[in-house]
Design a protein around this ligand. Structure first.
Ligand SMILES: [Zn+2]
Length: 115
């Protein structure tokens, strides 16, 4: 089966200065995930992260201060709005929070988008 076009937007990966072979792997051979807006694949340690689906409320509520600050920056929500949002967060809703894991340092990364 031949695909035309790409599954994933390459811009975030190109911006992270990843090897072109990695960008091609994600953009041409990795099915994208379902999200509200344009997906945004996360890079860490000079590689594309593994996508682990939508974050659970449990995992988000377990974030430490640094994790919450990072998620606040990603979502564009103020810290207080973020904490409020997480109380009612459900996977599949809006905002949706996506869970990525670095294949090298095992760091967990999130990004989010909105309906
Ligand atoms: Zn990493």
């Amino acid at each position: 089966m031949k695909f035309h076009g790409s599954f994933n937007d390459d811009q975030p990966l190109v911006a992270a200065d990843l090897d072109i072979a990695i960008v091609a792997e994600v953009c041409k051979r990795t099915p994208s995930y379902e999200c509200w807006q344009q997906e945004s694949w996360i890079a860490c340690c000079d590689d594309a992260c593994e996508f682990h689906g939508e974050a659970t409320q449990e995992s988000l509520l377990a974030l430490d201060q640094d994790g919450l600050v990072a998620l606040s920056a990603e979502t564009g929500l103020s810290f207080d709005d973020l904490v409020d949002m997480l109380k009612d967060y459900v996977p599949g809703g809006s905002p949706a929070v996506y869970h990525f894991v670095c294949r090298h340092c095992k760091a967990v990364h999130y990004n989010a988008d909105f309906d």
